[in-house]
Design a protein around this ligand. Structure first.
Ligand SMILES: *[C@@H]1O[C@H](CO)[C@@H](O)[C@H](O)[C@H]1NC(C)=O
Ligand SMILES: *[C@@H]1O[C@H](CO)[C@@H](O)[C@H](O)[C@H]1NC(C)=O
Length: 529
């Protein structure tokens, strides 16, 4: 009996030891080492004095780039770092005066969950997490591939657009619209690491904002979540809790984005608002052109949310913080209605919205009122390459003739120093010679670029300069800005029966060089009466 009893005690002790060697916190070289207790082992180390992740050992490989850590911004510099375990959860808290960053691990899951609480924007004007990972083990970027792999490249613009094997590349070309960006990954032959995002409520810029997602720079592969940045910033930054966001480690599969982080509610995370303290908006959208996707967007100074409407126009918002919100209805990215709605905790507010694009009797229309340059020349390439790229079609396709030219030959952008003015010819009937409006929709401008139109012998006014967003745009794959729309009132008798000529040029006080000259991006050009 004695023998059996002591054996039992020994094996229990062994079991306990194995268990504690798995999920748990240990300390080594002034770092907290967190073992996630996952079947494919994940262990990572957090520097106790600055919050940097200095090691990520997954499935037997060291994935962390060794020369620089993974961190917020370019590192917090110093922080008060604590680590606690409670039951199946480990929380590492990194506190500074205006920012608290959390790493959270659930026993058994190969996931580093994060959240970042801010009371002020970091002084560098960028609030991002960057995981710097081994580029030999994780060379590939997903979903857009080599467009943002700048390894071995030479700079063609600023310090962020490069030429590699004859192709222009940039970290900016990895971006995806927030509304569609739920996951982006880096991978290699034996590992995949994904950033999973189900929450943009404290970011800025709305559903169509895009920002850097990944960047293989040669020495490491960066995997990012940009929460706030000055990259074509259209809104004031929001502060509060950003996230949760999750770094998911797998051997080859791409994980589902359906990740439950509701346990954050029990972990004393500053600024976390549980679902029970949130409310919803539901209703039906109607009136817009159903050949485009419809988006419903809610925002105020504290939070932003969005959803696609179903094919019948029905929508239900994500779980929102209580408050009064501006509510916008878009066809594509073009706002057709704006309203207001109040959300209260624990209930669903009913609110429908209706609207449509309003112009007049169309003489001609080039493109669509969808708030994007989609369909115009180079619009697909522009998301993933620089305007100077040899794969781009000519920016000077010559005169555009309504009725015979293909919309796909109409340039998506007019650059003062490259392809301005643009000439459009159209034929009017004798019943179309009265007063008319030429509406020029744009999505983004740079350096004060805005359209000035001349219709036959009538020169339209030079519009006031658009708001300066102080950011390069078209050359960094961006097209969404404030979406200025310019109307030119054409006096009766200007348009003649027969052939008419319109020229549109870039008006701006400044000049500038080639693709960095003043420019604007077209959404749609319509002449109506
Ligand atoms: C942790 O951070 C401190 C402060 O930046 C630094 O001096 C130290 O070398 C770091 N330790 C490791 C293991 O990276
Ligand atoms: C990346 O991993 C490979 C394979 O383990 C290793 O040889 C290399 O030194 C690592 N590179 C860096 C920059 O850490």
């Amino acid at each position: 009996m004695m023998l059996f009893k002591s054996l039992a005690v020994v094996s229990l002790a062994l079991l306990a030891k194995q268990a504690s060697a798995a999920f748990g916190i240990t300390t080594s070289s002034s770092a907290y080492v967190i073992d996630a207790g996952s079947p494919n082992s994940l262990k990572f180390a957090v520097n106790q004095s600055n919050c940097d992740i200095t090691s990520i050992n997954y499935y037997g490989s060291e994935l962390q780039y060794q020369s620089t850590g993974s961190h917020i911004g370019s590192g917090l510099g110093s922080a008060t770092v604590t680590a606690t375990q409670s039951g199946d959860y480990i929380k590492v808290t990194c506190a500074t005066s205006s920012l608290t960053h959390y790493y959270v691990v659930h026993n058994g899951d190969p996931i580093i969950h994060m959240a970042t609480y801010t009371t002020a924007e970091p002084s560098v004007g960028e609030l991002r997490y960057i995981a710097r990972l081994n580029s030999t083990l994780l060379p590939n970027e997903e979903p857009f591939g080599v467009v943002s792999n700048i390894a071995g490249g030479s700079a063609v613009e600023g310090e962020d657009v490069f030429l590699v094997n004859g192709q222009t590349r940039s970290k900016f070309y990895s971006s995806e619209r927030f509304i569609d960006d739920k996951i982006h990954c880096v991978s290699g032959s034996a590992h995949r690491v994904c950033m999973i995002l189900n929450q943009y409520e404290t970011s800025a810029g709305g559903p169509f904002m895009r920002d850097i997602n990944s960047n293989n720079v040669g020495s490491y592969t960066g995997l990012y979540w940009y929460m706030n940045s000055g990259h074509v910033q259209t809104e004031t930054y929001r502060q509060g809790l950003h996230g949760p966001y999750s770094l998911y480690f797998s051997r080859s599969g791409t994980p589902s984005t359906n990740i439950d982080t509701s346990f954050f509610a029990d972990l004393d995370i500053q600024g976390y608002v549980p679902t029970s303290a949130r409310g919803y908006v539901s209703g039906t959208a109607s009136g817009a052109d159903s050949s485009f996707k419809w988006v419903i967007h809610w925002y105020n100074s504290a939070a932003q949310y969005w959803t696609y409407a179903s094919s019948s126009g029905a929508f239900t918002s994500p779980a929102m913080k209580p408050g009064t919100y501006t509510m916008v209805y878009y066809q594509g990215e073009y706002a057709v209605a704006t309203s207001s709605v109040t959300v209260t905790a624990g209930s669903t507010t009913s609110k429908s919205i209706s609207g449509s694009v309003k112009t007049g009797k169309t003489v001609f229309k080039i493109g669509d009122w969808d708030g994007t340059p989609a369909g115009f020349s180079n619009s697909a390439n522009q998301l993933r390459m620089h305007p100077s790229d040899s794969r781009m079609s000519s920016w000077n396709p010559g005169t555009y003739t309504v009725g015979s030219s293909s919309v796909s030959s109409f340039p998506m952008v007019l650059f003062k120093a490259v392809n301005s003015p643009l000439t459009i010819k159209f034929t009017a009937s004798s019943s179309q010679t009265g007063a008319a409006t030429l509406r020029i929709g744009t999505t983004l401008s740079f350096a004060g670029g805005r359209p000035q139109a001349v219709i036959n012998s009538y020169s339209g006014p030079v519009p006031a300069a658009p708001t300066n967003l102080n950011s390069r745009g078209v050359t960094r794959g961006a097209y969404r800005g404030l979406g200025e729309v310019y109307d030119v009132s054409i006096p009766a008798g200007t348009i003649v029966a027969g052939t008419n000529t319109i020229t549109i040029s870039v008006a701006s006080g400044s000049s500038g060089d080639a693709y960095l000259s003043p420019n604007f991006i077209f959404d749609c050009v319509e002449l109506f009466q």
